[in-house]
Design a protein around this ligand. Sequence first.
Ligand code: NI
Length: 255
Amino acid sequence: MLFDSHAHIDDEKFDVDRDEVIARALENGVTGMINAGACMASSARSVELAEKYDSIYAAVGIHPHDAKSVQETDYEQLAAWSKLTKVVAIGEIGLDYYYDFSPRDLQRTVFIRQLDVARQMDMPFIIHDRDAHGDILEILKKEAKGLKGVLHCFSGSLEMAKEVIKLGLYISIAGPVTFKNAAKLPEIVATVPLERLLVETDCPYLTPHPHRGKRNEPAYVKIVAEQVAQLRGMDFVDLAKATDANTKRLFRIKE
Ligand code: NI
């Protein structure tokens, strides 16, 4: 059993064969997936997918890229979606200082407003952090006290990982852990407490080796989990079971 804690199955790259992709995930033991929203339209699609497929759960949220187009009513809609049984998180939300598609002060405002929705609706959150480690940590320390959440596709330092763990949060590992230039990830993966680790694909992006260059899909979370197990010197089945249990605990998903 495996849980892909972060996927974008609503992406148009899956329009031609979405049913087959979801079936192939199940055939490979991927019994659960969280489809992350990135704007209001993809959050709506996330909710629809969760209603249609047993194995899919939805996260709803606005990515920092889209901070510039947020309307006040969007926060109310996120809160309304949060009441649905299969909507399990607010995400993905956060900061992206690599692309800077929205002004940074606006990215921070929209991020904090969505943490407020998470608090108000008693929901865990999913964080996107690209080249914004310092501000992400500062905001989480101030604005997310008592909340639960995960830093998806973790790309920070070992020191940051330790701080994230201290805050009671989780770390999710994606395809880059399989890349030859994985840098600090192997050490982080080997040292993070097992009960705080999740695995994900972030498909259709971040395809793991040896499929790099092709479209990613939830079935490949197995490759990520195998690499994580190897780096921790653990049995694959034990790692798969632990990350599956961690995902269900964080997002309060009942068997
Ligand atoms: Ni994503």
